[in-house]
Each structure stands twice: as structure tokens, then as C-alpha cells.
Design a protein. Structure first.
Length: 546
């Protein structure tokens, strides 16, 4: 059998013969193979972190593009790959929709395919633009890899912006597998790591064409082996040079009550579930560390208080009792103590309908509301209905009205506590929108309710995003999740303590300090990212066919 079946320079010349035959096969086989390649790539994401699969899936996609008869055909091949990537990577959304199946039963089988179909267009654009430019300017196979890595990264960034954005599962999230691999996020952020990943995994595709194979081999060794190892080595050195430091005498306790979503808003259970958070806050002080110091901060998850807390004096009084009991245990030393909790906030609206906010409350002694933060990055279809005038159904969660949008990100300043940047639920997945740059916090607080996702990959993917934000910003992240994963994460992404998915318990730890110096990403944001994309584009231009 000949190794090649297409003459040099022809369509398919950059594709190995077995793949060329596959992509020339009947439409069902071609469609299934491309969706399967996209699905395979999701094994590299949290929680599996099987990164080597990308050295099969991305070259397979690039060979499929090389064998496409036109750039338009390449666009649709990229869409099929993207559909598999998002349908399998976001399968857990079905579990959230099933919780509201009695209201919208028809949506259960359609939600994930519909979302995947829309998100797949971002990968399709990367594929179509790559082939259009490559064929217009007669670039070599090596140029295809650099072009595609640049457009893939740009598409991920745009995905985080369009229609309020949904940058879930960027390719760079696979670097959250270990503390040493996380560290390069401090330089270029998660999208920069996506660029490195797409390039490293895609370069073996350029080895299929004998023309320029020596140059492709050199690039493959440099970017697929040497560069990742160098970044990981740098990360290990950074970890060794910066041990975790802690704020003096500032103890916190995270409460993970593990409340099922089907119970969370039950009128018959609200009082009992609220009391559970209070009782767990005052449980035995000595945890696994054996430290019996009384906490200064008690952290409860998103909507842990199932009432409109700003209007419920009794609930605030119960929280005040928690703080008073903690102070009594500590000899009433006068130290400021707070409960930081997620809860609803209700205020008068412009008309007969009141405004409802998904908020974080800082409750101090006597039940005083010291400060509040209102979620500003709302979940489409869950907390508000996009294109409400055009779509013929209501949002997925109960209630016909949308949540109101806060102004953020914002830093809370509480007496006696380092300034904190609160983030509610999926606000933690937006790399460029987690801190107030004019009033930078010393730590980030992420309260969330991942009970919607069940015991699936969703909470692990969400947790990986929190670790990436810690490293990017050089700030510790305190994460309180109703059903897990709750954790104390230091500014280099190390997990100081955690409560696993589905556990009921408390986590008591000291609050880590921020990193000694502001990270490159925190200082410059996505500027280095666009530099990487530009370099990839310029290098592809040098890869002209001889």
C-alpha cells in the first residue's frame, strides 16, 4: 500500500493515506469519525486529565481539514469536531435540566445538543479560517498547525465574550492537573496555555508530509516536548521558591452542608437547612489539623440562606447568635467576626415587580449587614433569559422573572479582614473579570451551588477554573460549595484543604496571603495572549511551500 495517495501540493497531500480514505468515505463514517475525535479530546480535560489523547484528536482534525475539498467543507468538519467536544465535555448540563424536567420535559434531551451545536461554531470558524488562509497563500503543513493554534485560541477568547460569554473548558484547563503544571498560567493565563496546548498537540500532524519533514520535526521537538517540559520545570521551581504564607491570626471555617437541590427551596425544609449551617459553624473546633483556635470568618455557600436576607431580621439574628457563640468561646476578646454567605437580596423595582439579586452578604456582630456584593455575571437561561422577546420559553429555573445584574467585580472592605473579592458560582470561570483592578483584593471568595451538576465532571471542571484563577491573579481562593468541592487554595494553586464532592463537613484553615509579587497575567491581562496569537500567525506566514 502506498503511504500517500495524493500528489504533493494537492488537496489531501498533507493527510496520511488511511485518514485520507476515511475522510473521503461515506458521509456517516466521516461524520462519526469527526465527532468521535472531538469527544476523545474531552478526556484531556478535568477530571480525567488524559492529555496524550490530544496527540491523536488534534492531528486527526488537522488531517481532516487538509483532506477537505474546500475551506467551507473544512468549516463544517471543524463544526463536527466541536460538536463532539462540547457535547461530551458538557454532558453534565443534562443533570441540571432534569431537575426542572416537570416544567420543561421536552428540553431534557435537547439542551446539551443545542448548546454544543452553538458552541461548535467557534471551532468551526477556527477551522474554516485556517484552511481559507492556508490555501490562499499556499502555506506548508507546518503553517496549518501554527495558524490553527492561533485561531483556536482566538476562538476560545471570543467564546468568553459573546452573549455574556461562556469560557467553560478551555483547552488550557488541562494544565490544572498538578501544581507544577498550573504555574505558567501566572504568565499567560489559561488561554495562553490553550495556545501552547493546541500547538504542541497539533504539530505531529505536520510530520505526515515528506516535504519539510525535517523542519516539522524540529518544531515538534521544540514546541511539543522542550517547551512544555521547560514550563513545567519553571513551575516546579516557582513552587519551591514560594512556600505558602498565611495571614496572621485569621482563621476561617467553610461549611459544606451538602443540601440536595431538590430540597434546597422546599418550604418545609428551609428552617432545618438554615439551622444546619449554623450548627455546623459551631461544631468541634479542632479539625484534622488539631488546631482549636476559634475562626474569625465563617463561609457559607451560594444561597445557603434560603431567605431574602436583607428583609429577614430573624435570619440575621440567628447568624448573630453564631458569631456571639464564637466570640464567647474566644473569651469575648472584641475581635471582629463575620459570616460570609450567599443569599437572595430583594429590593423595590421600578414597577410592581421587585428586583432580586444573587448576593453575598457580610454579616457582622448583632446581625448587622456590613456589606453586600451582587452577582454581575448571570447564567444565561438559568438566572436570566437572553433574547427573551424572541425565544418561546422561560428560563430553566423556577420563577418567571430574571435576576438583576450587579456591578462588578467589586472588592469588599471589612474591618479587621484583608479586602476580599467575592465571586458567585460561574463568575470564577472568566479570567479577565474576577478582580476590581482599581481596588485589588488580597483574596478571592467563590461561593457556589454545584448541586445542579450532580456527581458528574461538572464540579471538577468548575474547581479547576478556581485553581487557575488563583495562579493567574496570584491570590488565594476560598471556595465554599454547597455539595463540593469546597477548598482553600493558595495563590500558587496548591490545595491547602478540601472537602470532596458529595461530602458533608466543615473545613477550618488559616487564610493564605497573596503572592509576593503581582503576576504577569494580573498586571497585563490578555496582552501577552494576543502576542502569542500574533507570533503564531507570523510564523505560519514563513511556512510557504517551496
Amino acid at each position: 500500500m502506498n503511504a500517500r495517495i495524493a500528489p504533493p501540493g494537492a488537496v489531501g497531500a498533507d493527510c496520511p493515506a488511511p485518514f485520507f480514505r476515511l475522510f473521503l468515505a461515506t458521509t456517516p463514517r466521516r461524520v462519526i469519525s469527526l465527532i468521535a475525535l472531538g469527544a476523545l479530546a474531552t478526556l484531556a480535560l478535568p477530571p480525567a486529565f488524559v492529555a496524550p489523547v490530544l496527540f491523536v484528536s488534534l492531528p486527526g482534525l488537522l488531517w481532516a481539514l487538509a483532506a477537505a475539498p474546500t475551506a467551507a467543507a473544512a468549516f463544517w468538519r471543524g463544526w463536527l469536531f466541536g460538536f463532539g467536544f462540547f457535547a461530551f465535555g458538557l454532558y453534565w448540563i443534562t443533570f441540571a435540566v432534569m431537575l426542572e424536567a416537570d416544567r420543561l420535559p421536552w428540553l431534557v434531551p435537547l439542551a446539551v445538543p443545542a448548546l454544543a451545536a452553538g458552541l461548535a461554531f467557534f471551532i468551526a470558524l477556527a477551522a474554516g479560517l485556517t484552511e481559507a488562509i492556508l490555501r490562499r497563500f499556499a502555506l506548508a503543513p507546518l503553517g496549518r498547525v501554527f495558524l490553527f493554534a492561533g485561531f483556536w485560541t482566538l476562538a476560545e477568547w471570543v467564546r468568553g465574550q459573546v452573549l455574556t460569554g461562556f469560557p467553560w473548558n478551555p483547552l488550557g484547563s488541562l494544565w490544572a492537573a498538578a501544581p507544577a503544571t498550573l504555574q505558567p498560567a501566572a504568565l499567560v493565563g489559561v488561554f495562553g496555555l490553550s495556545a501552547v496546548t493546541a500547538l504542541a498537540a497539533g504539530l505531529p500532524a505536520a510530520l505526515a508530509n515528506p516535504s519539510g519533514r525535517r523542519r516539522a520535526l524540529g518544531a515538534t521537538l521544540a514546541f511539543s516536548l522542550v517547551l512544555p517540559l521547560a514550563l513545567i520545570g519553571w513551575g516546579a521551581g516557582r513552587l519551591a521558591a514560594q512556600p505558602t504564607a498565611y495571614q496572621p491570626d485569621l482563621r476561617l471555617r467553610i461549611v459544606q452542608a451538602n443540601v440536595a437541590q431538590t430540597h434546597k427551596w422546599s418550604p418545609d425544609l428551609r428552617r432545618r437547612l438554615f439551622r444546619r449551617h449554623a450548627e455546623m459553624s459551631l461544631g468541634p473546633l479542632a479539625g484534622s489539623t488539631g488546631d482549636d483556635r476559634v475562626p474569625t470568618l465563617f463561609v457559607w455557600p451560594e444561597t445557603a440562606v434560603p431567605y431574602a436576607l436583607n428583609r429577614d431580621a430573624a435570619a440575621r439574628g440567628a447568624i448573630a447568635d453564631v458569631l456571639a457563640a464564637a466570640a464567647a468561646r474566644d473569651g469575648d476578646d472584641g475581635r471582629a467576626r463575620y459570616v460570609l454567605t450567599g443569599a437572595l437580596r430583594v429590593t423595590p423595582g421600578d414597577g410592581p415587580i421587585e428586583d432580586i439579586w444573587n448576593s453575598v452578604f457580610a454579616i457582622g456582630g448583632g446581625g448587622t449587614v456590613v456589606d453586600t456584593y451582587d452577582k454581575f455575571h448571570l447564567v444565561p437561561f438559568g438566572e436570566f433569559m437572553p433574547l427573551r422577546d424572541w425565544l418561546p420559553f422561560e428560563k430553566l429555573t423556577a420563577g418567571t422573572g430574571d435576576f438583576s445584574r450587579g456591578t462588578g467585580p467589586r472588592t469588599l472592605t471589612l474591618p479587621g479582614v484583608p479586602p476580599v473579592g467575592p465571586l458567585v458560582c460561574f463568575e470564577i470561570i472568566f479570567p479577565d473579570a474576577v478582580v476590581d483592578r482599581e481596588n485589588r483584593p488580597d483574596w478571592l471568595l467563590n461561593v457556589t451551588n454545584d448541586a445542579w451538576f450532580g456527581l458528574t465532571a461538572g464540579p471538577y471542571q468548575h474547581f479547576a477554573a478556581a485553581r487557575l484563577r488563583a495562579v493567574e491573579q496570584g491570590l488565594p481562593v476560598i471556595r465554599a460549595a454547597n455539595t463540593g468541592i469546597s477548598a482553600v487554595i493558595d495563590p500558587l494553586g496548591r490545595i491547602i484543604g478540601r472537602l470532596g464532592l458529595g461530602e458533608t463537613g466543615v473545613l477550618t484553615r488559616d487564610l493564605p496571603k497573596p503572592a509576593r509579587e503581582m503576576t504577569t497575567y494580573a498586571r497585563w491581562g490578555d496582552v501577552p495572549l494576543f502576542g502569542l496569537i500574533l507570533c503564531a500567525m507570523l510564523f505560519s506566514w514563513r511556512c510557504r511551500r517551496g
